[in-house]
Design a protein around this ligand. Structure first.
Ligand code: ZN
Length: 303
């Protein structure tokens, strides 16, 4: 992951975090078409699939076919989520550019999410990191429940520091800080991200935020004010974690992009194209999606 290429860098997680909760099967060709439209709009990094147990997350069971069907234009990084070594082997064999794995800062959430205690997860991430290195592929880590957990409540930043310290031993240098249940507030985001960047000046941090309480974009902005320039987001604001009760959707890709563009910051992303795609996904799902831009009637996109 290279944060320096654009002022604001966005990883679109529509096809992974966005689709994983959907109970109705989304055909493989539809997934591929949606991802190709996302990348055609100028998104340079995507999480395209999850190589996880088909029993636990049936919507992701076609991960290999999805990766195989993607249009891989120059400059595009295709990442996929893996939860263990077996998933990492599958993802590498499928030809992903980068691996993304996940560990919760909350021990209880980690057990529910990946069925392991933290020490076991940390060791397994070490094995995944070795495998990724052998294949000359980057491994990035998403830290779940950094700000709060359904089971353990508000999380002190020290817990995150301890998990990061144990993972940097494996040469991992990029961490997404996830507000998995969407309970963070802007001050907390600002304080956590400031402290973590100070504690680990050589590491790269991004934010993966869910919008439970309408504070998603405020939290994005608080992170940006603290120096974070990489954000995960999903078209239409869809998504959530299958192992978190009442998990809210992600911050919305086109809303987040529009906000930064209105602030005069470069994203290189075509917002109207994403709005159009959000409306198509809404029609596909047959329910109203949380995004704002897709409902705005009076916004002019003229330069
Ligand atoms: Zn998420």
């Amino acid at each position: 992951m290279n944060f320096a290429d654009a002022v604001i860098s966005i990883t679109d997680v529509t096809a992974r975090d966005g689709f994983q909760m959907e109970r109705t099967w989304i055909p493989t060709e539809t997934k591929i078409e949606i991802i190709n439209q996302v990348t055609a709009a100028g998104i340079n990094r995507i999480e395209a699939a999850a190589f996880v147990s088909p029993k636990k997350v049936p919507q992701m069971r076609d991960a290999e076919a999805v990766i195989a069907g993607l249009f891989r234009r120059d400059g595009l990084t295709v990442a996929a989520l893996v939860a263990n070594l077996k998933g990492a082997e599958r993802a590498l064999a499928a030809g992903v550019d980068e691996l993304q794995t996940v560990i919760s800062v909350s021990e209880t959430h980690n057990l529910k999410n990946v069925d392991r205690d933290l020490d076991t997860s940390i060791k397994e991430i070490g094995e995944i990191a070795s495998l990724a290195r052998e294949h000359d592929r980057a491994l990035n880590v998403s830290l779940s429940t950094v700000f709060g957990c359904t089971y353990e409540g508000t999380m002190p930043v020290e817990k995150t520091v301890r998990v990061i310290e144990s993972l940097t031993n494996y040469g991992i240098s990029t961490f997404m800080l996830s507000d998995t249940i969407g309970m963070a507030n802007p001050r907390q985001i600002y304080d956590h991200t400031t402290k973590l960047q100070k504690e680990f000046p050589r590491l790269l941090f991004g934010l993966h935020l869910h919008n439970a309480l309408g504070m998603g974009l405020a939290n994005v902005l608080a992170g940006y004010e603290a120096g974070i320039v990489h954000f995960d987001a999903a078209v239409g604001g869809i998504g959530g974690c299958p192992f978190t009760p009442d998990a809210p959707g992600n911050v919305c890709t086109e809303d987040l992009t529009f906000m930064f563009q209105e602030m005069g910051l470069n994203t290189g992303i075509d917002v109207p194209r994403l709005v159009n795609l959000a409306q198509k996904i809404e029609a596909l799902f047959g329910r109203t999606l949380p995004g704002y831009m897709m409902k705005a009637k009076n916004v002019s996109f003229c330069d």
